[in-house]
Design a protein around this ligand. Structure first.
Ligand code: SAH
Length: 519
């Protein structure tokens, strides 16, 4: 590294990244990750936490490595000082809160000793969040007026243990134990020996706030055994106290309809987020496995430019996908035009999703069939006069000709304009792993069926045999069957909401292998 003896030292930010759910990172944490020159991070940070980092940021993993020697606490302190002295803005990113069993205190002391400016950004600690996601409030007006955060890391049998288990047993409130799930039986015994009731409720939450969260409930007398039976592994939080029982009433997260299920989304990355967010909000672990990419056609040349040039001539404009809506308005904007250019035309959207995309750009579609398929749009257009009129069909390059053919038959002069192409994209390792684990694979178009199967074949993989295939509608289903797949679920309404609804109905109706979190 370059030496900047004269440079002013950079600031070190000791940042909490929360317990694992990416939505629990603070705004300040996201902001600092975006701006950082260097980021030193641990193992238990949320997936995607570094996604916003600058491309040229220096990212270093300084957490534990199973089976390998990990970088020591002193070295981490020294590295923080060295990077800051070189004038860099340094984020030290830790799971949960940096000052709750995160050794953030020690790192701050090292910074003070070296005269380096620092800031602390508190995070949502797993000690509160994991219980909350398991339906356990750590305090409660009736049941717990105090809460203690305790490390279970120390061997309770060690004479030099700094923890007084007798005093903790007498503590008048909830005990939240970090680490040490392997020692739970021993710890429970100590607490009973110290006077807690063997019937005292306990809940152990593994991978709290994450899609794979599991909770085991019991009492001090049997929790060690139950946790061992369930094969609970770190990271896990243990809650001891009457509040642990409230989970019977309050376990909201584990009761979401898709909790414990892995669902693959095969749409292009740029389009996946809406569907992914809906599925995630219902509790699914979402795997994005795009095998397709959308490439806009140049809008300053060719048929797109020609259509925009004579846009006033169209008495009917049909838009057949949300992408088409966006790209059509982009093309107008590129020609210094806006929604008013369509003022004289009847605007038809193929379905509610496309209508929403148009509405977002200031256009209320006049014709919107409920079922998003070309046949339904043809039917919905029955009353619209088209004979002898110019009609624009704005769509993808690879699309069926049902709509233009029907309009032509009725005497319309139809311009079909391809606004974009869908091109294949290879599947990465995370997508392949995710697909292999998927309980459901969703398809929102025929093109995604073909591209996914081709990409799987190219990677030497096959469609996961255990996964149930969810199709948005009959056209997509036919493509899937043509390619030898069995369609388990077909949406009744052919849009994203319809697809999600059909998937949830299937989960309710099908006995799936044991899902986590049930005890
Ligand atoms: N600073 C962190 C704690 C770090 S110590 C915080 O404030 O949350 C590591 C311990 O935290 C783990 O052994 C486990 O007990 C707990 N932990 C961290 N993330 C967890 C999670 N998602 N679910 C359950 N426990 C978690």
């Amino acid at each position: 590294m370059e030496e900047h003896d004269e440079a002013e030292a950079g600031t070190v930010y000791l940042v909490g990244a929360g317990p694992g759910d990416p939505g629990l990172m603070t705004r300040r944490a996201l902001e600092l990750v975006r701006a950082a020159d260097s980021i030193l991070y641990d193992r238990l940070i949320p997936a995607g936490a570094l996604g916003g980092a600058r491309d040229d940021a220096d990212l270093r993993y300084v957490g534990k490595r199973p089976g390998a020697s990990s970088i020591g606490q002193e070295e981490i302190g020294a590295l923080l000082v060295e990077l800051a002295r070189a004038g860099r803005s340094v984020v030290r990113l830790k799971g949960g809160d940096p000052f709750v069993f995160g050794r953030g205190g020690e790192e701050a002391q090292a910074l003070v000793a070296a005269g380096i400016p620092f800031e602390v950004v508190p995070g949502v600690t797993a000690g509160v969040a994991a219980p909350a996601y398991a339906g356990v409030p750590v305090t409660h007006r009736d049941d717990a007026s105090a809460v203690a955060f305790v490390t279970g890391h120390e061997d309770p049998a060690k004479p030099e243990s700094t923890l007084d288990w007798g005093a903790l047993a007498a503590f008048p409130g909830t005990l939240v134990l970090f680490m040490g799930v392997g020692r739970l039986a021993e710890i429970a015994e100590r607490l009973v020996a110290g006077g807690r009731s063997p019937r005292e409720p306990v809940a152990v939450v593994e991978r709290g706030t994450l899609p794979g969260q599991r909770t085991v409930s019991g009492a001090l007398a049997d929790i060690g055994e139950r946790v061992e039976e369930a094969g609970i592994r770190p990271p896990a939080i243990t809650v001891v106290g009457a509040v642990a029982e409230l989970r019977g009433e309050l376990a909201w997260f584990e009761r979401r309809p898709l909790f414990g299920l892995t669902v693959a989304v095969t749409r292009a990355r740029a389009q996946a987020s809406g569907l992914s967010a809906r599925l995630g909000a219902l509790g699914a672990e979402v795997v994005e496995a795009p095998a397709i990419r959308i490439v806009a056609r140049p809008r300053d040349r060719g048929e797109v430019a020609a259509a925009v040039g004579r846009v006033e001539d169209y008495s009917l404009v049909c838009v057949t996908s949300p992408n088409g809506a966006e790209l059509l308005l982009d093309a107008l904007a590129g020609a210094d035009r806006d929604a008013r250019a369509l003022a004289g035309a009847t605007v038809a959207a193929i379905g509610p999703g496309t209508a929403r995309a148009l509405a977002a750009r200031g256009i209320r579609a006049d014709v919107v069939p409920e079922r998003s398929i070309a046949e339904a749009l043809v039917e919905a257009l029955a009353d619209v006069a088209v004979e002898g009129r110019r009609v624009l069909v704005a769509r993808a390059a690879e699309a069926r000709d049902v709509l233009p053919d029907a309009l032509q038959e009725r005497g319309a002069v139809v311009d079909v304009v391809a606004l974009y192409d869908t091109v294949p994209e290879p599947l990465g390792a995370p997508a392949l792993d995710g697909l292999a684990r998927a309980d459901y694979v969703t398809f929102t178009a025929s093109s995604t069926v073909d591209s996914l199967l081709d990409a799987l074949a190219a990677a030497g993989a096959s469609f996961p045999p255990r996964a149930r295939l969810v199709s948005i509608g009959p056209v997509t289903s036919d493509t899937a069957r043509d390619r030898g797949l069995e369609v388990a679920v077909e949406a009744e309404r052919h849009d994203l909401d319809g697809l999600v609804e059909a998937l949830v109905a299937d989960v309710r109706g099908v006995a799936l292998p044991a899902r986590g979190g049930a005890s």
